[in-house]
Design a protein around this ligand. Structure first.
Ligand SMILES: Cc1cc2nc3c(=O)[nH]c(=O)nc-3n(C[C@H](O)[C@H](O)[C@H](O)COP(=O)(O)O)c2cc1C
Length: 434
């Protein structure tokens, strides 16, 4: 059975994964340092200095096995579960209910300084919401859900980072006045995963969440939007056409993103659960990386399967979980490796470097992948270099022009065994184990 966020915490505690911090910890700089020390493990702060009544959770998305446990599948099945949930023919809208945990408390007034929003580095633009998913309604496409980091400006306002030409930006550009929004914080892993996906316009990410694990939604109190019923905290308000400087802030690449104008969000209503848990994602670290990269694995998998038999895809953390992938194929012909390289770039437009390996190489193990490159790859035969391609806005080494898509060179290594070669010369000898 798929798990809610609170059930995932209980499961992590039972499995011995959960780090529980009883001592009072300050969300201003201290908390980020403690989360960093435990990166890869869920961590629950029971006492948040200056914020009585709140707990803070981080790290719940920082390993594949936590997603697998939440969805009730083995980790190697995740890619297939994600691919199935992205299939539009299998989508149903979530059930709508009228009384929900996320509205157990309706705050009498709005004061964002009463929320334990973390400040991560002294050079940051300020305290940042990092695990907030934003629900908007596009007049043509309907509901859209995506992550947006939010810099707290004052008691009522944030500056949002909104990447151009995606769901939120498209809806904001169409609205002549303010765009109603709901920011949901403290979500289950299936909801977090669904919000990370970029399905075609018109597909509601909450329907994808519902396909991963049945969820319920509830209408907001002050805006015509539905939000996951069991999330911890909902900030209802409006995204305006006014802007404020957004940044500096650390991005996925663990480098500092520069300051840009971001739309100002004004909050009109705050609701939350009893004994609320504020959720955080440490910028650039494992949870952030997995949520960015994992949803691209099924799209690469589908694209490569169009040209040859793909058996697995790993977006690797060393490549910021965005720029690098290892694609495992069951090679059936001399050109499969090269075709897989080109298809992988079609499957994930921001992918910069890709390595193709055979089925006997574990794509999650960097040493095995390097071994395949060392023993099966020749640069003058198996290397594909593409110049002046659409690239990632996140890559500091790319070619960036304000207002335009970044450009980048791309590189593919076919580290599969040469076609027709004697397999015994390429297969790793395995020692017997007792
Ligand atoms: C952890 C995480 C943080 C993200 N932060 C932002 C952000 O600050 N701004 C943004 O525009 N997109 C951000 N994204 C990407 C969006 O969630 C989403 O993938 C993108 O907007 C495309 O979805 P859409 O076209 O359906 O809106 C983030 C994704 C993840 C997983």
């Amino acid at each position: 059975m798929p798990l809610s966020l609170r059930e995932s915490i209980t499961q992590a505690r039972t499995a011995g994964h959960l780090v529980e911090v009883e001592s009072s910890t300050d969300p201003h700089l201290d908390m980020a340092r403690v989360i960093y020390r435990h990166d890869g493990r869920p961590i629950l702060f029971q006492n948040v200095s200056g914020y009585p009544g709140w707990r803070v959770l981080a790290g719940i998305a920082s390993a594949r096995e936590y997603f697998a446990m939440a969805l009730g599948v083995p980790a190697e099945e995740l890619i297939h579960r994600l691919a199935a949930a992205l299939d539009p023919s299998g989508l149903n809208q979530p059930q709508v209910i009228t009384e929900a945990a996320c509205q157990e408390v309706v705050e009498p007034d709005v004061d964002l300084t009463r929320l334990p929003i973390l400040r991560h580095f002294p050079f940051d633009g300020g305290p940042y919401v990092t695990a907030g998913i934003v629900v908007v309604d596009d007049p043509d496409y309907g509901p859209n859900v995506s992550f947006h980091r939010l810099l707290r400006l004052d008691e009522r306002c944030f500056a949002a980072r909104v990447v151009e030409k995606r769901g939120t930006d498209t809806a904001l550009r169409k609205s002549t006045g303010d765009l109603p929004i709901a920011i949901c914080i403290g979500n289950s892993l299936p909801v977090l995963l669904a919000a990370s996906m970029s399905p075609p316009m018109g597909v509601n990410e909450l329907a994808i969440a519902n396909a991963l694990a049945p969820i319920q939604v509830v209408p907001c109190k002050t805006v015509p939007l539905h939000v996951p019923a069991d999330c911890e905290l909902v900030l209802e308000g409006r995204m305006t056409h006014a802007t404020a400087p957004e940044g500096p802030f650390v991005d996925l690449t663990e480098t500092v993103d520069f300051v840009r104008p971001g739309p100002v969000v004004e909050i009109d209503c705050v609701t939350h659960r009893l004994n609320p848990i504020y959720q955080a994602l440490l910028p650039g670290k494992l949870g952030h990386k997995l949520l960015m990269g994992m949803p691209k694995e099924p799209t690469i998998y589908a694209a490569v399967n169009q040209v040859c038999r793909c058996t697995n895809v790993a977006i690797t953390p060393g490549g910021a979980s965005w720029l690098h992938a290892v694609v495992q194929i069951d090679k059936k012909g001399p050109d499969d490796g090269c075709a897989a390289i080109e298809a992988a770039f079609r499957g994930h437009g921001s992918l910069k470097h890709v390595v193709i390996v055979d089925t006997d190489v574990n794509p999650y193990d960097p040493a095995e992948v390097e071994w395949a490159i060392a023993t099966r790859f020749q640069a003058d035969r198996d290397l594909v270099v593409l110049t002046d391609q659409p690239g990632s806005s996140l890559d500091p080494s790319g070619y960036h022009e304000p207002g335009q898509k970044a450009r980048s060179a791309k590189l593919g290594l076919d580290a599969t065994m040469p076609w027709g070669a004697e397999r015994a010369a390429f297969e790793k000898v395995r020692y017997e184990t007792d």
